[in-house]
Design a binder for this molecule. Structure first.
Ligand code: UDX
Ligand code: ADP
Length: 467
């Protein structure tokens, strides 16, 4: 089957960039990305490319090239579904906040709504591709809904997990480590797999395209994220030992990373991992394990999340303890709010929890992040319900300029590893601050020796240097 029309439901961090790259690489295919969120679609259609709802290095160029040619963003979901031979589901699947599995299982209501809408609209056979991170066996639930529409339309469900990381999404999409496509073992299933493989073959070498059954594909995605998050929690757990013993986590990471069995990537100690996937996927895995009675397996993976919570907590505790056990009435500057550099995404960012802890200790916070909007920062805080939104706005200010954010501050906490932080005039910053002036580098990105020479009292995550 040759695909000429693709529809993608969900114009978020995954759907937007993925479809932009497919459209760029396959000019013969019409790609329509749809969303219920009209503001988001309008932003994707904005002539001013700095207003795209997702910031990713290189994405603006690709959108500019393909948009209006064979890439379209629309709120007319039914029309796009009807036209397409292949439909990607790329909607959000947050952790459930209610009922059975609350705080653990993935909330599939958005997925189910999509399946029902596809079932309602479709008049011809279609291939439906799961792109969101989903619990194992979701495909069979989607299939069940689609197969019981009674209008004779045949659906093939594929799992095609997305492995892109935010901040490097465009590069990850253009040169992926691998593409994974899971489908039914029947002839129809194999044909559907081939149709999707043919799309990727337009730019990905064949040996990097793996095909498997649906369940292995779904579980591979959860497993990859669990392994990656586990590496971060492992290095973060060691960072605490380093601080107690006088070792340095960067040295330890370098030494172990040269072991070819371990490898050098994903060994950067931090104030804790964030992002929309790691915690959600692990909790999902824990929920699946528990539901099969595999309690030891569940406990093993849950510990990865618990260490991450601990890392955030101990960072804010440390700030309070070093500022003479009280931050009440003191101004603390946050450099960075995004969960990592080169993205405007803040989901599960460590900064949110650390701000909440420090605000509970009656600190004043000023935030500077090069890409995150003021509205987003307040929305993140308000969502916690720890205090009224009025109080959040009184206690936390968002600055558009880093030097202003540091003015009169007692301490700076580096919470995102934005490159530009290294280029600041730190002498100028020092002069503007209350003395003693502290820097708490939760990302290990600043040149601590230089800062100490200027006069700052410094702490770097995972470094044995004592204050
Ligand atoms: C992750 C997976 O990498 C990606 O394959 C999957 O599709 C989605 O989830 P993402 O969350 O976008 O991607 O970013 P990632 O680079 O994995 O970082 C996740 C978090 O871990 C960030 O907060 C990052 O700062 C942190 N991290 C990562 C560390 O603290 N140390 C490291 O060494 C690596
Ligand atoms: P991800 O990081 O997985 O891409 P996002 O939250 O960035 O997650 O994007 C998911 C998008 O899916 C949102 O823009 C949301 O409005 C959209 N969405 C959710 N449910 C539906 C639906 N039933 N139909 C169309 N769009 C949907």
């Amino acid at each position: 089957m040759k695909i000429k029309n693709i529809c993608c439901i969900g114009a978020g961090y995954v759907g937007g960039p993925t479809m932009a790259v497919i459209a760029q690489k396959c000019p013969h295919i019409k790609v329509t990305v749809v969303d219920i969120n009209e503001a988001r679609i309008n932003a994707w259609n904005d002539n001013d490319l700095t207003k795209l709802p997702v910031f990713e290095p290189g994405l603006d160029k690709i959108v500019k090239e393909a948009r209006g040619r064979n890439l379209f963003f629309s709120t007319d979901i039914e029309k796009a579904i009807d036209e397409a031979e292949m439909i990607f589901i790329s909607v959000n699947t947050p952790t459930k906040t209610y009922g059975k599995g609350k705080g653990m299982a993935a909330d599939l209501k958005f997925i189910e709504l999509c399946a029902r809408q596809i079932a309602k609209v479709s008049k011809q056979d279609k291939i439906v591709v799961e792109k969101s991170t989903l619990p194992v066996r979701t495909a069979s639930a989607i299939k069940n809904i689609l197969d019981h529409t009674g209008n004779g339309v045949q659906f093939q469900i594929l799992s095609n997990p997305e492995f892109l990381a935010e901040g490097t999404a465009v590069d990850d999409l253009l040169s992926p480590d691998r593409i994974l496509v899971g489908g039914d073992t029947t002839q129809e299933g194999q044909n559907a797999i081939q149709a999707l493989v043919d799309i990727y073959k337009n730019w990905v070498p064949s040996e990097k395209i793996l095909t498997t059954n649906v369940w292995s594909s779904e579980l591979s995605k959860l497993t990859a994220n669990a392994f990656l998050a586990q590496r971060v929690s492992s290095i973060n757990a060691m960072s605490e030992i380093c601080e107690k013993t006088g070792a340095d986590i960067n040295e330890v990471a370098r030494a172990i990373g040269m072991d070819s069995r371990i490898g050098p990537k994903f060994l950067k100690a931090s104030v804790g991992f964030g992002g929309s996937c790691f915690q959600k996927d692990i909790l999902n895995l824990v929920y699946i394990a528990k539901s099969y009675g595999l309690n030891e397996v569940a406990d093993y993976w849950e510990q990865v999340v618990l260490i991450n919570e601990h890392q955030k907590q101990r960072f804010s505790d440390y700030i309070v303890s070093k500022l003479y056990n009280t931050v009440s009435g003191k101004k603390i500057t946050f450099l960075g709010w995004a969960f990592k550099k080169d993205t405007n995404d803040t989901r599960e960012s460590a900064a949110i929890k650390i701000a909440d802890n420090l605000l509970s200790e009656q600190a004043y916070i000023s935030v500077f992040d090069p890409k995150v909007s003021e509205d987003r920062i307040y929305a993140d805080l308000d969502y916690l319900n720890s205090r009224s939104s009025k109080e959040n706005r009184e206690l936390l200010k968002v600055n558009k300029e880093p030097y202003e954010a540091c003015n009169n501050s007692h301490a700076i906490a580096v919470l995102t590893e934005w490159d530009e932080f290294q280029t600041y005039d730190w002498e100028k910053i020092y002069k503007q601050m209350n003395k003693p002036a502290f820097v708490f580098d939760g990302r290990g990105v600043l040149d601590i020796k230089t800062l100490e020479k200027i006069g700052f009292i410094c702490y770097r995550i995972g470094s044995g240097t004592k204050l």
